[in-house]
Design a protein around this ligand. Sequence first.
Ligand SMILES: Cc1ncc(COP(=O)(O)O)c(C=O)c1O
Length: 459
Amino acid sequence: MTDITDNTELTPLFARPGESAPRDLFSLGDEEMLPETAYQLVHDEAMLDGNARLNLATFVGTFMDEHADKLYSEAFDKNMIDKDEYRATAAIEDRCWKILAKLWHAPSPEDTIGTSTIGSSEACMLGGLAFKRRWQLARRAAGKSTDRPNLVMTSAVQVCWEKFANYFDIEPRYVPITEDHKTLCGHALAKYVDENTIGVVAVMGVTYTGMYEPVEEIAKALDAIEKATGFDVPIHIDAASGGFITPFLQPELNWDFKIERVHSINVSGHKYGLVYPGLGWVVWREAQYLPDDLIFKVSYLGGEMPTFALNFSRPGAQVLLQYYNFLRLGRVGFTQVQQASHDVARHLATSIGAMEPFELWNDAQDIPVFAWRLKKGHSKNWDLFDLSNQLRERGWLVPAYPMPDDLSDVIVQRIVVRNGFSMSLADRFLDQFTEAVTFLDSLDGPVPHEHRVTATFHH
Ligand SMILES: Cc1ncc(COP(=O)(O)O)c(C=O)c1O
């Protein structure tokens, strides 16, 4: 007869080896454990993560419906690079970026080129690499040096552009933001652009604030520079967030391929494209703007597959989810979803802006994102980092952080409203926000800062 005390399967959950004794977390254990036990250990530790829906810092999707979840679980195993095996997924990928090219007014949609990526960072880098290669080819053809390429952008670009410049040996030229010029707006651009400028980045939905950069004005400034100097400088639009907002909420805005100088646009499928993490897109206005010699043709996947990506293997499921959203929502549904987030963001901005201690930096006119600062002299006892900590104690993540150059002495706090943050939940948030402010205002001495956790700023 077997000794039932040796039978781990009969041992009650949480009393099993692996769960009932401490373990070395940083070495591979010698023995196996039951899958149920391993599952429970990982599941329980993941419970310690915050509640994603209460995270008002991130731009990345935290809600999809049950049909999307079902589709996701059916497609976990699909590798986007295996385009010969997953021909249907590859065909759907092409449909998705063609839909985006049309949404962004590509002049001849049949002649555009695009791809999915793991996110906007990769998509931005591909856009930047196309700029660099086109500039190199033109300079070589003219017998000129290609030693010192530079890229012009605002100091408020997302960190992916700093990475791009660093990883690919490009001099970043940051146009500082100021109280008078809160975004890159064409002002003083001539001081930054020269014959070595591979391009200018304009952001539709600046990470720090959610504001749009006026692409039309930037393009006009570049037209004037070209007239004066002959430098023909293209624009890449980093529309990581705005690319899925403007077509539905501000269709009259002139920012996309309607402007000739705009060569390429990226967007995050996993932000306002409403898909779970792991999806970006980049589209070029015409195939000629993506130099051929950047595209690799690989034969070892079956067939001859063109690829232009920094990664090789990558999940294919998110591409199917993007297509699901296109089918499920259409123009009307996308407009409803984005409008709902916009209404919530405007409501929150108006309410916070009306509170005595605060001053809005922007009011969520653009994407459903806004930032505010503490009025000078409101209190000697607390600052926005303290408010962030108070909200964290109540389960909400609302980061406080310094603005970039030349405004690094300005501290702001920001809210990103995403699909799934309803008006009713927003009002419960406002209750707790008010409670936190009332508590801080009631203190008769400064909050001790040695225990302060600095809130995370999600780029
Ligand atoms: C303007 C902008 N560009 C690029 C990125 C990077 O996007 P991803 O996280 O998809 O790589 C972000 C992310 O917040 C962003 O806001």
